[in-house]
Design a protein around this ligand. Structure first.
Ligand SMILES: [Zn+2]
Ligand SMILES: [Zn+2]
Ligand SMILES: [Zn+2]
Ligand SMILES: [Zn+2]
Length: 266
């Protein structure tokens, strides 16, 4: 039964697996490694308000200006503007920070809403358990709260303050860990949305570990072995068989468990 605490042995294994980065395992010479690392460091993302492309840090500054007075509207929520306190939060993979997002979320949204959002866009494969860790406390879903952790049916304003870092874990077997940071809190107008995706990273370029072309698939068996990331042609030759392949998708959960991409179309 889930108790809100993860046994350290599981953590060690899952950290190892999840921390594997295709970039590192691609290496067979210093030059290639340097090129790959450079790509990682300069990895850029797109602002959803203006379409501008910026680095992860520059995006914070950019959004401060670009977001001003802009209302993120979808057809379904046109008339429901309201003034709310919002948190500007950055999210990134704990072991693969090349995957990142800037979001704005109303302070009266609940931790469980944030959990659903993260699942929808980056994580959900087969309904695994998840948890937040905030200021040394673990927040789980209701059923878990009964046996240890705190209930995440709680407003963000009750647990977050600007400048705070906190953590999210999805799946306690093949864990995907995220780091979240509260950049700022301010007043904003939201049009029915409680969460706005302000910006996210452009898909990182991952190369086929067999021939060097762009990888499109990853063998869940061989990920981390130096021969798991493959282009279509090389995937056909790969021994493990089709059922082991997962698509290369823009998420820190790429290649894990049965993850095939976001729940909704982007
Ligand atoms: Zn912009
Ligand atoms: Zn799964
Ligand atoms: Zn190839
Ligand atoms: Zn394989």
């Amino acid at each position: 039964m889930f108790t809100g605490k993860i046994p350290s042995s599981t953590m060690a294994v899952s950290n190892f697996f999840d921390g594997i980065n295709p970039v590192i395992y691609f290496i067979d010479g210093g030059v290639r490694m340097e090129q790959q690392q450079e790509k990682r460091q300069t990895l850029q993302g797109k602002c959803n308000f203006c379409g501008g492309i910026f680095g992860k840090r520059a995006m914070t500054k950019h959004l401060e200006k670009c977001r001003q007075g802009k209302i993120f509207q979808t057809p379904s929520n046109k008339n429901k503007l309201r003034k709310v306190r919002v948190f500007h939060i950055t999210v990134e993979g704990r072991y693969n920070p090349e995957y990142w997002m800037h979001i704005e979320i109303s302070a009266d949204a609940k931790l469980k809403d944030l959990d659903s959002f993260l699942r929808d866009i980056w994580l959900e494969c087969c309904g695994h358990l998840s948890s937040f860790e905030i200021a040394g406390r673990t927040y789980v879903e209701e059923s878990g709260a009964r046996c240890g952790g705190k209930d995440r049916n709680i407003m963000l304003s009750k647990v977050l303050i600007p400048g705070m870092k906190f953590y999210h874990q999805y799946d306690f077997g093949t864990t995907t860990e995220l780091i979240l940071k509260v950049v700022s809190e301010r007043e904003s107008e939201l049009s029915g949305n409680t969460i706005v995706l302000c910006a996210r990273n452009e898909p990182p370029l991952i190369l086929c570990e067999s021939c060097g072309k762009t990888a499109t698939q990853v063998c869940s068996q061989c990920i981390g072995s130096g021969a798991g990331w493959l282009c279509d042609a090389c995937a056909e030759e790969h021994e493990c068989g089709e059922e082991m392949f997962l698509p290369v998708v823009n998420s820190p959960r790429v290649g894990c468990c049965g993850y095939t991409g976001p729940v909704y179309d982007e």
